[in-house]
Design a protein around this ligand. Sequence first.
Ligand code: ADP
Length: 257
Amino acid sequence: SKRIVIKVGTSTIMYPNGAINLQQMEKLSFVLSDLKNQGKEIILVSSGAIGVGLARMNLTERPVTIPEQQAIASIGQTELMSLYSKFFYNYGHQVGQVLLTKDVTDFPVSRQNTVNTFEQLLLKHVIPIVNENDTVSVEELDHLTRFGDNDTLSAIVLELTDADLLIMLSDIDGFYDKNPMNYTDASRFDTISEINDTILSLAQDSSTKFGTGGMITKLNAAQIVLGAQKQMILANGEDLSILFRILSGEKIGTLFS
Ligand code: ADP
């Protein structure tokens, strides 16, 4: 696979104490830059704007009102991109910010404009870094304009860029028959070829403070990916060199294919 979308959750780039994990951000930029050097086309979907914004404003908890959260996301998104821009630059690569709303799936013109932007960025060997546009659409209120989670967003980005593979990095080694954070006897699926009601019933919420969708939104994403005849791999992002191993063909995590 030549064109790859990589999605990282907040837990991959933030410490549990709410501070930015610079080591992980630098490592991510290094690994993706090297994959780029190998000739792969890379698109990064990164969460973390609110987390980084809170850290930047010395806050320990999300503010209560939605406009305040939007402001934090705005501050955090700038800081997040500033960090990525510096790290990627150090490894010889340029990034471009792409902020999306559901418009891209609802309106053909918005969709085409987005496709055009991605194509031009990739043509110029720039690494697009994608997030939801929190200024235009907000959580809870706006189911019409908002994807609501970056798992679903990353599957849409896979479609828009006609990439071959979505690698979703989380704090868990794959998809299990029950939540491994709560059950020690949970066992991991190597491959899933269809998302049916039985599979959906095994997915639970996130058990971490940072996590948003848990396994449910990841299966939603997998459903979109499988519907588009493409592949998704869910793996643990704790050690980011896992990306090298996945792309050299090692069987790691859960493959949705
Ligand atoms: P991220 O922030 O990386 O997107 P989430 O915390 O939202 O990650 O989702 C991953 C979490 O989903 C796991 O840490 C685990 O607690 C939970 N989970 C629920 N059900 C399952 C399952 N069947 N298999 C694996 N993980 C599950």
